[in-house]
Design a protein around this ligand. Structure first.
Ligand SMILES: Nc1ncnc2c1ncn2[C@@H]1O[C@H](COP(=O)(O)OP(=O)(O)OP(=O)(O)O)[C@@H](O)[C@H]1O
Ligand SMILES: [Mg+2]
Length: 1098
C-alpha cells in the first residue's frame, strides 16, 4: 500500500483538502458524495489508470492488504490476480475486496465510501494520515500524528464554533461543539467516549475536548482594561489534568505518558450554558506498577518528580537521596524520560495544586504518602538462622516509613513480621517467611498508593464541584479509558478491561445505528428495527451473570469459599460453560490453566493463575488497623474503614476524631460492611458508569496508534487494522453494511443518473421525484433488495452506488466518444471547406492578376484610373449639401421647440399663481376646520354631559320600574296566595268531613280492638298462672335433686376418707413389713458371714 500510485504526494504540514464539493451521502444526513477534486491532472490520470483494469485489494501478510488487479476469474472460488510488483497469484474469491475509485480517496466520512470493506477503510485512513488529516468521520476516528500539527489553535476553535456537522473537516473540536450544541438544544446530558490502545491519543484528545468546552462555555469576565480574565473554575478544571497525570501516569513501552487508570470527567453547565462545576470518577488504577516495572518503563511520574522537589520538602519527607536507584521500588526502572524535566514537572504540579486550592499542609500530606511508599520499598528483610522467619535488621527505612505514616515503629514491625491470625476462637501471632513479608509489603504499598490517589481525586472533586449552583442545565461527560487488550498472556486485569470495553461496545452498537434507523423510520422505508447491542449480550452474560454463574461471580464464590483455588475456579467454570455449541463464547483449553472468551474484537485466552489472590487483594489487617489509628489525620482518614466498631468511636491518638470520608473506594468497602473484591468493585463501578452513559446522548471517538515506534508520519497498516477491529470501527462498518448506508435525495439522483435512461428522462410532462426515481431504477433492472425508496431519498446498500457509477462512467465515455467523433468530423469538414475555398480564392486572385497585367497598359483603363478620385470629390459635395439641409431642418425644429417652451413657461406661471390662491384658500379652510373642530369638541362634551344625565335618568327610571315590578309581583303573589288559601279552606273542610267519617270508623274499630285486648289479657293471666305453677314444680324437683346429689357427694367423700385412711394403714404395714424384711435380710447376711467365718476358721 505504500507504493501507492493513487495517493497524492502530499506531505506538507498544512492541512489540505479542506474544501468541500458536491453534495451527497452522509450516514446521518445529506452530504458529500462525489468530490470535485477530480479537476487535478493527477486525479484524472489516476482515474484513467483505474478505469483500465479491475483493481482490487487482496490480503497481504506484511501490509495487511495489497493492491492488485484481476486477470481472470477462474471459478466461483478462485480468482487470478496480478500484484503491482508483477507477481501473478491465485487467491480465493472471498478474499478479493473491491476497491473504491480514486475520487473516493480522502473521503472525510467513511460512510461515503461506496466500497465499505476493511481494506478500503484502512486505505482511506492511510491516505488521509499522509496528508496530515488525522481525523476522519463516520464516528470520529483519530490517528495519533506523534507531532504537533497546526490544528489546535484559538482561531481553529473559533472556526468550529456553532458549525453544523459536515460543514468543516472532522475534528475533535467538531465533536465537542456538537455535544455542547446538543446539550443546549435538546436539554439532554451528553457524553464523549474516547477509547483506543495505549498511546493512541485518548488523553490528548480528552484534553483538547475539555479545553474546547472550557473556552467556549466559560463566562467571559472583562477587567478594567477590557482584557478577558481567565475564570478560576475553568482554570481548576484544566489543572486537574497535570495533577492526575503526575499521580496516575507513567512511562510504558508504548507511551511515555501512559494513563494507568480510566477516568470519566463530567463538566456541569448552569442554565446560562456556562460551566458551573465538574466531577472526576476513576477506574482500575494499575497498582502493581508501584512495586514492579520492566526495565524500559517507569513507576508513576510522581515518584521521580518528588526526588526533584525542593530541598525543604525532601528533608521533611526524609528523602536524602535524589537517585531513583537508591529506592527499592524505583531501582529497576528507567530513571528519566527523554525530553522530560522532572524538576520542572514538579514545579508545574505544585503550581497546579495551588490553583486547585490545596493548602500547603494538604500538599504535604499527599506527598508524604508517596514518600512513605518509597521508604517502604527500602525495608530490607533478612531470614533468621532457620531461614523460615523473616527479620528486619536495618531499622532506618522502617522507622522513616512509620514516622511519615504516623504509626509506632515497633508495633508496625511486629504486625509485619508476625501478624495476628485467627486460630479457632483465639488470635495467635504467626511468624512469616521473608517472601510472605515481602508480598505483604508490596500489597501495603499498593494500597497506600491507591488510597492516596483516591483521596487526591476526592480533594480535586471538592474543589471543582458545583454544589452551590442550584439550577443546572446538564453535563457533558468525557470518558478516557483503556481500549481492548490482547497480550500474549492475558490475566485478570485484561479481563476487567475487556469486559469494560465489551460493555462500551454494546453501548456503541446500540447507539450507532439508532440514528440511522430513525432516519429509515422518518423516510418510511421498509425496515425492521434491529438492536445491534444485543449481539454482544452472550459474552457479557458469560462474564457478569450470576445464574448460571459467570466468570466474575464464580471467582467471587471461590474467593469466599474456605478452600477456594484457581484450579477449582477453572474447573467450576468449565463445568458450567463448556458446550458443543460452535457459537459458544466460552472455550476451555486442554492441559492449560486457562480459558478463552470470544469477544467482539476477537478470541482472547485468559490464564487463571493467581486470580483468587488478585481478586481478593489481601491485606495485613493488623497494619491497616494501625494505619487507621495513625496520628496523622490524612493517613487515619484514608484507612478509617479498617477501624472496628468500638475503635470507631474512640478518637485517634492525636485527639482528633476521624472524619467521615467521601472516598468512594472506602464507601465501596464499607457498603454493608461486607467483604469486597476487586472484580465486584469494578463490576459495580462499571454498572454505575453504564447507567450514567445510557442517560446521555453519546459521541464516539476512536483513537488509533499509527505505529509501535512513536514515530511521526509512519503508519503500519496491520497494526491499524488490528485496532480498527478491536475498537469497533469495523464492527460499526459491519452494522452500516447491514443497512442502507448510501442515500441520495430524489433530485440529486435524477440529475446524476437520468443519463442512464435518456428515453425516460426526455418526457416533457411533469413527473414527481419518487416516481421518476422508481422508473429509473426499474429501467436499470436493479435488484429490489439493493435499494429502498423513501419519502425524499433513495437509499442504497453499500457498493450499489459504485456499480451505478461504473455504468454511468461507461455510458458517459460512450457519449463522449460519440461527441468527440462529431467534433472531429466538424473540424475536418471545416478544414476541408477552408482549403477548398482557399483554392478557389487563389484561382480568382490569379485570374484578376492576369487581367490586371493585360489591362495595365490599356489607355482606357488609365483614363478610368485617373477619373476615379474625381468621383470621390463629387460625392463629398453632395454630402455637404445634404448636411446643410439637415441643419436647416434642425433650426426649424429648434424654433418650434422654443415656441412650445415659451408657451409652457406661460402655462407654468399661470399654474403657480393658481397654486398660491389655492394655498391661501386651503389655509382659510384649515382655520375654519380648526374652529369647527373646537365647536365640535365643545358640542361633544355637552353631548357627553347630557348623555350622562340621560343615563342617570334612565337608571332612575329603571329603579322605579324595578320597584313597580316588585310591588306588582308582591300583589300577584298575595292574589295567588288568597286564591290558594280559599282552595285550601274548601279542601280542609272536605278533609274534616272525611276525618269525622274516618273517626267514627276508627272508634268502632277501637272498641272492637279493646274487646279483643281484654280477652287476650284474661288469656294471658291464665297462661301466667299456669306457667308459675309449672315453674314452682320444676324448682321443687330441682331442689330435691340437688339435695340428693349433696348427700351423695358427702357419702362419696366419707368413702374416700375411709379409703385414704385404709391406704395409710396399708402403707404403714408395708413400711413395717419392709423394715422387718430388711432386718431379716441383715440377720441373714450376718448369719452368712458367721457361716463364712466358721468355715474359714475350720
Ligand atoms: N493529537 C495529537 N497531536 C500531537 N501529538 C499527539 C496527539 N495525540 C497523541 N499525541 C502524542 O502521543 C502521545 C500519547 O498520547 P496519549 O497519552 O494521549 O495516549 P493514550 O491513548 O492516552 O495512551 P494511554 O492509554 O497509554 O494513556 C502523547 O504524549 C503525544 O506525544
Ligand atoms: Mg492516556
Amino acid at each position: 500500500m505504500t507504493s501507492d500510485f493513487l495517493l497524492p504526494d502530499n506531505t506538507s504540514d498544512s492541512p489540505q483538502y479542506t474544501e468541500h464539493a458536491g453534495s451527497f451521502v452522509h450516514s446521518h444526513g445529506t452530504k458529500v458524495f462525489i468530490k470535485s477534486r477530480l479537476d487535478g491532472v493527477l486525479d484524472a490520470v489516476a482515474q484513467a489508470r483505474f478505469n483500465e483494469k479491475r483493481w482490487v485489494w487482496i490480503p497481504d501478510p506484511e501490509m495487511g492488504y495489497a493492491r492488485a488487479h484481476v486477470l481472470n476469474e477462474l471459478s466461483k472460488q478462485d480468482t487470478e490476480v496480478e500484484l503491482e510488483s508483477g507477481q501473478v497469484k491465485i487467491v480465493q474469491t472471498k478474499d478479493v475486496f473491491a476497491m473504491n475509485p480514486p475520487q473516493f480517496d480522502m473521503a472525510e466520512d467513511m460512510a461515503e465510501l461506496t466500497q465499505l470493506n476493511e481494506p478500503c477503510v484502512v486505505h482511506n485512513l492511510t491516505v488521509r494520515f499522509r496528508a496530515n488529516q488525522i481525523y476522519s468521520g463516520l464516528f470520529l476516528v483519530a490517528v495519533n500524528p506523534y507531532r504537533q500539527l497546526p490544528i489546535y489553535s484559538d482561531e481553529c476553535m473559533q472556526s468550529y464554533k456553532g458549525r453544523r456537522r459536515g460543514e468543516l473537516s472532522p475534528h475533535i473540536y467538531a465533536v465537542a461543539d456538537q455535544a455542547y450544541h446538543d446539550m443546549l438544544h435538546d436539554k439532554e446530558n451528553q457524553s464523549i467516549l474516547i477509547t483506543g490502545e495505549s498511546g493512541a491519543g485518548k488523553t490528548e484528545n480528552t484534553k483538547v475536548a475539555i479545553q474546547y468546552l472550557t473556552t467556549m462555555a466559560s463566562k467571559r469576565i472583562l477587567n478594567k482594561n477590557g482584557t478577558v480574565l481567565v475564570n478560576q473554575l475553568e482554570q481548576q478544571i484544566l489543572q486537574a489534568n497535570p495533577i492526575l497525570e503526575s499521580f496516575g501516569n507513567a512511562q510504558t513501552i508504548r507511551n511515555n505518558n501512559s494513563s494507568r487508570f480510566g477516568k470519566f470527567i463530567r463538566i456541569e453547565f448552569n442554565m446560562q450554558a456556562h460551566i458551573c462545576g465538574a466531577n472526576i470518577e476513576w477506574y482500575l488504577l494499575e497498582k502493581s506498577r508501584v512495586h514492579s516495572q520492566s526495565s524500559k518503563e517507569r513507576n508513576y511520574h510522581i515518584f521521580y518528580q518528588l526526588l526533584n522537589a525542593d530541598k525543604a520538602m525532601k528533608e521533611e519527607l526524609l528523602l536524602n537521596d535524589d537517585h531513583a536507584s537508591q529506592y527499592g521500588f524505583l531501582k529497576d526502572s528507567q530513571p528519566t524520560i527523554e525530553d522530560v524535566d522532572d524538576a520542572k514537572e514538579y514545579e508545574n504540579l505544585i503550581n497546579a495544586m495551588h490553583i486547585m486550592g490545596l493548602k500547603k499542609d494538604e500538599i504535604r500530606d499527599f506527598l508524604r504518602m508517596v514518600a512513605a511508599v518509597l521508604h517502604l520499598g527500602n525495608i530490607a528483610l533478612t531470614a533468621d538462622y532457620s531461614g523460615e522467619r523473616a527479620d528486619v535488621r536495618d531499622f532506618s527505612a522502617l522507622e522513616r516509613t512509620c514516622h511519615l505514616l504516623g504509626i509506632p515503629a515497633q508495633e508496625f514491625k511486629k504486625s509485619l513480621l508476625t501478624p495476628r491470625i485467627k486460630a479457632g476462637r483465639d488470635w495467635v501471632n504467626q511468624a512469616k517467611s521473608p517472601a510472605q513479608v515481602m508480598a505483604s509489603v508490596d500489597a501495603l504499598a499498593k494500597t497506600i498508593y491507591e488510597r492516596n490517589f483516591g483521596g487526591l481525586v476526592d480533594r480535586i472533586n471538592r474543589a471543582i464541584d458545583c454544589q452551590k449552583t442550584t439550577s443546572k442545565m446538564g453535563f457533558i461527560g468525557v470518558l478516557d479509558i483503556a481500549g481492548f487488550e490482547i497480550f500474549e498472556v492475558n490475566s485478570f486485569e485484561q479481563l476487567c478491561i475487556n469486559y469494560t470495553n465489551e460493555k462500551l461496545q454494546q453501548f456503541f452498537n446500540h447507539n450507532m445505528f439508532v440514528l440511522e434507523q430513525e432516519e429509515y423510520k422518518k423516510e418510511r422505508i421498509e425496515w425492521s428495527f434491529i438492536d445491534f447491542g444485543l449481539d454482544l449480550q452472550p459474552t457479557i452474560d458469560l462474564i457478569e451473570k450470576t445464574n448460571p454463574v459467570g466468570i466474575l461471580s464464580c471467582l467471587e464464590e471461590e474467593c469466599v469459599a474456605p478452600r477456594g483455588t484457581d484450579k477449582r475456579f477453572l474447573e467450576k467454570l468449565n463445568s458450567t460453560w463448556v458446550s458443543d455449541d460452535p457459537e459458544g463464547k466460552y472455550k476451555s483449553i486442554r492441559f492449560k490453566e486457562s480459558f478463552t472468551v470470544k469477544h467482539y474484537a476477537g478470541q482472547v485466552e485468559y490464564s487463571t493463575a493467581g486470580w483468587i489472590n488478585k481478586n481478593k487483594d489481601p491485606l495485613n489487617e493488623d497494619i491497616t488497623r494501625l494505619l487507621a489509628r495513625s496520628t496523622n489525620r490524612h493517613v487515619a482518614t484514608l484507612f478509617e474503614d479498617y477501624l472496628t466498631e468500638t475503635e470507631h468511636q474512640i478518637p485517634n491518638e492525636s485527639g482528633l476524631p476521624t472524619s467521615s470520608s467521601t472516598f468512594s473506594l472506602m464507601k465501596l468497602r464499607k457498603g454493608g460492611g461486607s467483604f469486597r473484591t476487586v472484580g465486584q468493585r469494578h463490576k459495580q463501578q462499571l454498572l454505575s458508569l453504564m447507567n450514567t452513559l445510557y442517560l446521555t446522548h453519546p459521541h464516539f471517538v476512536r483513537c488509533i496508534l499509527p505505529n509501535g515506534r512513536k514515530h511521526a508520519g509512519e503508519i503500519q497498516a496491520l497494526l491499524v487494522l488490528d485496532q480498527l477491529r478491536c475498537n469497533g470501527v469495523l464492527e460499526g462498518i459491519r452494522i452500516c453494511r447491514k443497512g442502507f448506508p448510501n442515500r441520495l435525495v430524489f433530485a440529486d439522483f435524477r440529475k446524476r443518473y437520468e443519463i442512464l435512461c435518456p428515453r425516460q428522462a426526455s418526457t416533457n410532462c411533469f413527473v414527481d421525484g419518487r416516481s421518476a426515481c422508481q422508473t429509473l431504477l426499474d429501467s436499470l433492472a436493479l435488484d429490489s433488495e439493493k435499494y429502498r425508496i423513501g419519502n425524499t431519498k433513495v437509499f442504497f446498500k453499500a457498493t450499489v452506488l459504485a456499480e451505478l457509477e461504473e455504468i454511468r462512467d461507461r455510458k458517459l465515455s460512450e457519449y463522449i466518444t460519440r461527441f468527440q467523433a462529431g467534433c472531429r468530423r466538424y473540424i475536418a469538414r471545416y478544414h476541408l471547406t477552408r482549403v477548398s475555398r482557399q483554392a478557389e480564392a487563389i484561382k480568382i486572385m490569379q485570374r484578376n492578376a492576369r487581367i490586371y497585367v493585360t489591362l495595365r497598359e490599356w489607355s482606357w483603363w488609365k483614363i478610368y484610373a485617373k477619373l476615379k478620385p474625381l468621383n470621390v470629390a463629387y460625392r463629398v459635395e453632395s454630402q455637404i449639401k445634404e448636411k446643410d439641409q439637415r441643419i436647416a431642418d434642425l433650426e426649424n425644429s429648434i424654433a418650434v421647440h422654443q415656441q412650445s417652451y415659451e408657451d409652457l413657461q406661460d402655462q407654468h406661471s399661470a399654474l403657480v399663481a393658481n397654486y398660491k390662491t389655492y394655498k391661501e384658500l386651503l389655509a382659510n379652510e384649515q382655520r375654519l376646520t380648526a374652529e369647527l373642530e373646537e365647536t365640535k369638541i365643545g358640542l361633544s362634551e355637552k353631548l357627553r354631559d347630557s348623555k350622562g344625565k340621560i343615563d342617570q335618568m334612565l337608571a332612575e327610571i329603571k329603579q322605579i320600574k324595578d320597584q313597580v315590578d316588585e310591588r306588582q309581583q308582591k300583589i300577584d303573589e298575595l292574589e295567588t296566595k288568597a286564591s290558594s288559601e280559599s282552595e285550601l279552606l274548601a279542601e280542609t273542610q272536605k278533609v274534616a268531613e272525611d276525618h269525622s267519617l274516618e273517626r267514627d270508623i276508627l272508634a268502632a274499630e277501637y272498641e272492637a280492638l279493646e274487646e279483643k285486648h281484654r280477652l287476650l289479657e284474661s288469656q294471658l293471666e291464665a297462661v301466667e298462672t299456669k306457667s308459675q305453677n309449672a315453674l314452682m314444680e320444676v324448682n321443687q324437683s330441682f331442689d330435691s335433686q340437688i339435695q340428693e346429689r349433696d348427700t351423695k357427694i358427702k357419702q362419696l367423700k366419707s368413702d374416700l376418707e375411709a379409703r385414704q385412711r385404709n391406704e395409710s394403714l396399708l402403707q404403714q404395714t408395708i413400711e413395717t413389713n419392709k423394715n422387718q424384711y430388711q432386718e431379716l435380710i441383715s440377720q441373714k447376711e450376718v448369719k452368712k458371714i458367721y457361716i463364712y467365718l466358721e468355715r474359714f476358721l475350720d
